[in-house]
Design a protein around this ligand. Structure first.
Ligand SMILES: [Zn+2]
Length: 130
């Protein structure tokens, strides 16, 4: 089912985005847009493309095996959606000028951290996850 066709085989290792070393300023919006598109395509591959929440066709419930497989996809899609939501919120913060500050202590988040995790809302001290 997961044939190695093209693109990154491991999503978690493909999150680091390339930025030219001599770029005067990091284009966070660009990073966020790239991440958003990637998340959307991952969701689409799982069958959770546009619209639609996480609820799924109740016909699937008839087979426990299908339900289990579907359940994994639902969990994964839920995580992708959460990340997608964070990316969308980060883009919103870029627009209102509050981007790059920790929600907890309001300190400016290090550029290297933002570069690696453009959607993060917290400084390294208050990071809610690695
Ligand atoms: Zn903080």
């Amino acid at each position: 089912m997961n044939r190695p066709t093209r693109g990154p085989a491991c999503p978690s290792s493909s999150r680091i985005l390339f930025v030219p070393p001599d770029a005067p300023t990091i284009d966070y919006r660009q990073l966020l847009e790239v991440e958003r598109r990637q998340l959307q395509s991952e969701l689409a591959e799982l069958g959770f493309g546009d619209g639609g929440g996480l609820e799924y066709d109740s016909n699937f419930a008839d087979s426990s095996q299908v339900t289990a497989e579907r359940g994994e996809a639902v969990v994964l899609a839920g995580q992708l959606r959460e990340t997608l939501e964070e990316v969308a919120q980060a883009i919103g913060r870029l627009e209102d000028g509050s981007y790059g500050r920790c929600e907890e202590c309001d300190v400016a988040i290090e550029p290297a951290r933002l570069e690696a995790m453009p959607a993060t809302r917290f400084c390294i001290k208050h990071a809610s996850r690695p």
